[in-house]
Design a protein around this ligand. Sequence first.
Ligand SMILES: C[S@@+](CC[C@H](N)C(=O)[O-])C[C@H]1O[C@@H](n2cnc3c(N)ncnc32)[C@H](O)[C@@H]1O
Length: 159
Amino acid sequence: MNIKIIGVGKVKEKYFKDGIAEYQKRLGRFCKFKIVEVADEPAPESLSQNEMVEVMAKEGERILSKIKDREYVFALAIKGKERSSEEFAKEINQLTTYGHSDLTFVIGGSLGLSPAVLKRANTEISFGRFTLPHKLMRLVLTEQIYRAFTIINGLPYHK
Ligand SMILES: C[S@@+](CC[C@H](N)C(=O)[O-])C[C@H]1O[C@@H](n2cnc3c(N)ncnc32)[C@H](O)[C@@H]1O
């Protein structure tokens, strides 16, 4: 199975990169995992509402250009549906059982995801009502995908 995370902007911080690389390495035994980065737009504090919409729309177009029709898309959204780790593992397992071999997770930039990306998504997933920085979100998501595979495979990681 193929799992892809699409993120906006480059992760430059070593402490995030190291954490992501660790879980990426661990995921290698379960799936083909990759992270695709699309360019972010400058988003200074001074942007008007319309300019913010424009930033999200431009980033959204870049995200959508990386998604193929066959991909099942999870949009990460604070207002999306929360799951437990066990529920998330079951969902991944069911999706693969019913023929979805390409799962894609989309994380927005500093302003969030555009309506077009949310419309393309098959489901929205929330990690709770806290707003996490998108680069930290990438690390947390990678860990939760790894956790899901350990649950699916009955391995002693999840407690
Ligand atoms: C800094 S947040 C954007 C905040 C923006 N106000 C919003 O509501 O989307 C950047 C991205 O990280 C992801 N994200 C941050 N916190 C999240 C959470 N608690 N649950 C799900 N996704 C989250 C989302 O994809 C979001 O677009």
